[in-house]
Design a protein around this ligand. Structure first.
Ligand code: PLP
Length: 512
């Protein structure tokens, strides 16, 4: 009974309801500490209302989990470093997460841009449950309806000739397979990616990844080369008209209409890489249409189109890594490559594909796919019936709930709100992105554009979390806040996020 009383009190977080303030004051000091809300500012913005009530929590305590984690979990995850006070999650619904104490959070990171249509989206849950009761597992050596329904549905979202689908377990595996396809099809070996790109952590895909913090001192990625990332904010070149975003970089631009100096200079860098680092013929070029882990970096308009041409002239194929940017995250186009006016030869995807169920995919032309028949290629779980059922329901939800359109609408609203904050705060260097793939690059000052020190980033990050907003971090120096909520968020949620972020920045100013 005591536990029930505590639980019901704990749900009444002062951020959720002012009327519950009295209840909060009646809690014991220990409980307040448990809630970690002593430090909340009096003017903490109020979370938008939510009708959903999570189940009673009957599982491991935070302390028990930390103990187990110390003893039995490999020390590779970031839980000890991501937040000073770790967040323990008990349940999720749509854009909301609840912690063990019942505190509600607006999830603006979606488990790293992975929950696409909303936590436990009823349609996806129902489809997965139904399939689970029918058949959990069989492999793609048999005909089974969920796999075939899914491949047809996915292919319908792509233009010709992208109609041959392979299903994998993850984004890294999808990129491994795309590397293999590129090499088999072209007969070439060299692959090019951008510095600052993240394409996975498997032994092959980590060769594509060029963020130092993800690289171990072991031999990896034979034949993988990097070129300069065409980052129009913190790169060498960039101006005020370069990118496909409602907010432009705060840099001077002297380009005449129809020309982009930054684009031309970054393409020169790619040419230089081709002339100095690779053999005459290359296997391929991997690019995210908008970089995710790298800090939501957007390239100059027209860059990818010309880069693809250059790579194809060298015999290579062009691979769009849509692991993070796909499935409506960047808005109504569904695929972020479309805004670059290109059709890639291969597209890889994962993350949002099945709303969190482990799954990935590669889509390519029949010509390229046919090269894989030279040997047997098999994976046990690729095309798992539950994953395919969840994936089909994600596409249905995306289309029927018009979530890609919502991503454009709420994302644009958020970008404009963030740009207003940028004009108020010296430490917001850049606001960028498209749809609900948004980055806010934090700097020491707007002149030098040097990264805001990690300790200051962490304080702002922690403050936002304490006020009920979960963000992500990215960029080569960890200097960019990443906002990638489930695509079902509303403008009211965006207003809450903006208010929390603004307050956290004001608190940062006071600390200086
Ligand atoms: C763009 C991109 N590609 C590939 C991957 C690797 O995906 P996974 O973690 O599913 O292996 C990620 C993961 O963050 C990613 O962001």
């Amino acid at each position: 009974m005591f536990r029930n009383l505590v639980t019901s009190c704990l749900f009444k977080h002062p951020c959720n309801s002012t009327s519950s303030l009295a209840t909060f004051h009646r809690l014991s000091g220990a409980l307040k500490q448990q809630l970690a809300i002593n430090d909340l500012p009096a003017d903490c913005p109020q979370l938008p209302p939510c009708e959903f009530t999570p189940e009673e929590y009957k599982f491991l305590s935070e302390q028990q989990m930390m103990e187990i984690r110390k003893r039995y979990c490999g020390p590779t995850t970031m839980v000890n470093t991501y937040y000073k006070k770790p967040v323990s999650i008990r349940q999720g619904f749509m854009q909301w997460l609840w912690d063990l104490n019942g505190k509600r959070y607006l999830d603006f990171f979606s488990g790293v841009a992975t929950v696409s249509v909303g936590h436990c989206h009823p349609r996806v849950n129902a489809a997965a449950k139904k399939q689970m009761e029918r058949l959990w597992h069989t492999t793609n050596i048999y005909l089974h309806s969920p796999l075939h329904e899914y491949c047809e549905k996915l292919a319908a979202l792509f233009p010709e000739p992208l109609k041959s689908v392979y299903l994998t377990n993850s984004g890294s595996e999808a990129n491994d397979l795309a590397m293999l396809l590129a090499r088999l099809y072209t007969g070439n070996f060299d692959i090019i990616t951008f510095r600052g790109a993240y394409h996975g952590g498997s032994p092959h895909s980590v060769g594509l990844t060029r963020v130092g913090s993800y690289r171990f001192p072991v031999a990896t990625g034979l034949g993988c080369h990097q070129t300069m990332c065409p980052d129009v904010y913190s790169g060498i070149w960039g101006g005020s008209h370069c990118r496909d975003c409602v907010v432009q970089a705060d840099r001077k631009c002297s380009c005449t209409s129809g020309s982009c100096h930054a684009k031309d200079m970054y393409l020169e860098q790619l040419k230089d890489t081709l002339n100095t680092s690779t053999s005459k013929s290359v296997a391929g070029f991997f690019a995210e249409p908008i970089q995710g882990v790298g800090g939501v970096v957007q390239y100059p308009k027209g860059y990818l189109k010309e880069a693809f041409k250059m790579i194809r002239e060298r015999g290579g194929v062009c691979i769009a890594d849509e692991v993070q940017s796909g499935f409506g995250r960047t808005g109504k186009d569904i695929w972020a490559f479309k805004a670059h006016d290109v059709i890639p030869d291969i597209v890889t995807m994962a993350k949002g594909i099945a709303n969190g169920f482990p799954m990935g995919a590669v889509i390519t032309s029949r010509d390229i796919a046919d090269t894989l028949t030279r040997a047997l290629h098999f994976n046990t779980f690729g095309g798992n019936p539950i994953g395919c059922a969840a994936g089909s329901a994600v596409i249905d939800a995306l289309l029927e709930d018009k979530l890609a359109q919502n991503s454009t609408e709420v994302g644009t609203y958020l970008l404009i709100g963030l740009a207003k904050l940028q004009s108020k705060f010296e430490i917001i260097g850049d606001v960028r992105g498209k749809g609900l793939l948004i980055g806010v690059e934090m700097v020491k000052d707007k002149i030098t554009r040097k990264p805001l020190p990690n300790v200051e980033m962490d304080q702002i990050f922690e403050d936002c979390k304490d006020m009920g907003l979960l963000l992500g971090k990215g960029g080569v120096h960890g200097q960019t806040f990443r906002m990638k909520p489930p695509l079902c968020v509303t403008k009211a949620d965006a207003d809450f996020a903006l208010a929390v972020f603004e307050l956290a920045l004001k608190r940062h100013e006071k600390r200086q």
